[in-house]
Design a protein around this ligand. Structure first.
Ligand SMILES: [Zn+2]
Length: 88
């Protein structure tokens, strides 16, 4: 049974609750009785990070190919405006 951390957005009261993942998140703050309880990001965050990591890895793999790496490095910087100075 995971422990969820809650924080009240009204009074700042913090608490922990043992809940099943299937349970609905608590909303009622026991301190101020307002429905302002917010569940802190905890167990669910792992999934998000995992997804992001996978995406970054995938992206690197694509841009790390010889073709992709060569193109940007080979591009020469545009020369300063030499003709403009000579036009004087
Ligand atoms: Zn509260």
């Amino acid at each position: 049974m995971p422990t969820y951390e809650y924080v009240c957005t009204k009074c700042g009261h913090e608490m922990e609750a043992f809940q099943s993942m299937k349970d609905e998140p608590l909303t009622r703050c026991p301190a101020c009785r307002k429905a302002a309880l917010k569940r802190k990001v905890g167990g669910g965050a792992g999934l998000i990070f995992k997804g992001t990591g996978f995406y970054i890895t995938d992206y690197k793999k694509k841009s790390g190919t010889p073709d992709g790496a060569k193109a940007p490095a080979k591009t020469p910087p545009t020369k300063p405006a030499a003709p403009a100075a000579a036009a004087k």
